[in-house]
Design a protein around this ligand. Structure first.
Ligand code: NAP
Ligand code: ZN
Ligand code: ZN
Length: 348
């Protein structure tokens, strides 16, 4: 066992504060990673505040992790000490069910083990990336391309894969008109990835001040969802919408922007439901779907795609003790476009 420094929430109403945690001994199949950067996902906030009702405390959030390998178990074949490594939202699964066999470990029929807010196979709570080190089975550890700026790679491990996976599943590409709803961490990755896949991208946002960024990131069009006439102009025009909004929002309004046979995929996970009018789906044979992160194989594919297209996240680097302030700014949609914690700030 080793001790790692971390930041933890001790209850749904407490601010994150320093805490020492135990990391398991490096087993034969394990990789030990010194964490260099850790992204802040809105899911960290939902869970640290128990908004989804399934929180385990104390909680060390963080599932966008990049670092360097500091030790490997005797059976580890694919990682060497000193190499870069990444860890995303899951660190284990049953490995035998049909979903695991298909590489969709996120849908493991026996329950995946989340990087934090979960219980590992050893019966111990899992603690995430707001910490100085982590020990993970090599099967659930990602290879990080050396060519990319490491700070901007961390958010790919959740925001990147969560938007890449549905774009691939629904085969988005050239000739597709795609709308991205919400220009936050997930949204800005969706814009970059969909544009790199050849789609024509429109950003639908509540923040007028994000228009120039939307275009710089790869969108050709920007729509303010609060302006009726702007929404009218794009009604019935998209064949695919990826909805990344973290708060309850008008699914009906966004569904009306789809063409016949179009699909809106929800990746944003507001804690409370929003109404959907059946007729809105029926009349143009529209679909409403959801998507959860992505499996390990697809996460590696996404990282390799990003290396090929030189895609990283736009980040604001903070020190560990700024995390509570960063949470408040995320809640105000005031982040461009992902906070990433420099873990050196926790070591010193
Ligand atoms: P984020 O950075 O806070 O981005 C969310 C964006 O939604 C904001 O920047 C804002 O964009 C827009 N928004 C916020 N409140 C809104 C409101 N009341 N009405 C309309 N738009 C609003 O969050 P994130 O890290 O990208 O995460 C987004 C959501 O995805 C969260 O719920 C998170 O838990 C979830 N998530 C799901 C998965 C999955 O596997 N499905 C994985 C990761 C995260 P504008 O300023 O442009 O309007
Ligand atoms: Zn996340
Ligand atoms: Zn399984």
């Amino acid at each position: 066992m080793s001790i790692a420094k971390a930041y933890a929430a001790s209850s749904a109403s407490s601010a994150l504060a320093p805490m020492d945690i135990n990391r398991r001994e490096v087993g034969p199949h394990d990789v030990q990673i010194e964490i260099l950067y850790s992204g802040i996902c809105h899911s960290d906030i939902h869970q640290a505040r128990n908004e989804w009702g399934n929180s385990i405390f104390p909680m060390v959030p963080g599932h966008e992790i990049v670092g360097r390998v500091t030790a490997t178990g005797s059976h580890v074949k694919s990682f060497k000490v000193g190499e870069l490594a990444g860890v995303g939202c899951l660190v284990d699964s049953c490995r035998t069910c049909s979903q695991c066999a298909a590489g969709d470990e996120q849908f493991c029929e026996n329950g995946m083990v989340g990087t934090y807010n979960s219980v590992g196979k050893d019966g111990q709570p899992t603690y995430g990336g707001y910490s100085t080190s982590i020990v993970v089975d090599e099967k659930y550890t990602l290879h990080v391309p050396e060519s990319l700026d490491l700070k901007g790679v961390a958010p790919l491990l959740c925001a990147g894969i969560t938007t890449y996976s549905p774009l691939r599943h629904w085969k988005v590409g050239k000739g597709d008109k795609v709308a991205v709803v919400g220009l936050g961490g997930l949204g800005h990755m969706a814009v970059k990835l969909a544009a790199a896949m050849g789609a024509e991208v429109t950003v639908i946002s509540t923040s007028d001040n994000k228009e120039a960024d939307a275009k710089r990131l790869g969108a050709v069009n920007f729509v303010n969802s609060k302006k009726e006439e702007s929404i009218q102009k794009v009604t019935g025009t998209f064949n695919f919408i990826i909805n990344t909004v973290s708060a309850p929002n008008s699914y009906d309004m966004y569904l009306s922007l789809l063409r016949t046979n179009g699909t809106m995929v929800l990746v944003g996970a507001p804690p409370t439901p929003s109404a959907v009018t059946g007729f809105n789906l029926i009349m143009q044979r529209r679909s409403l779907a959801g998507s959860l992160i992505g499996g390990i194989r697809e996460t590696q594919e996404m990282l390799d795609f990003c290396a090929e297209h030189n895609i990283t996240s736009d980040v604001e680097i903070i020190s560990m003790n700024q995390v509570n302030e960063a949470y408040e700014r995320v809640l105000k949609s005031d982040v461009k476009y992902r906070f990433v914690i420099d873990m050196a700030s926790l070591k010193s």
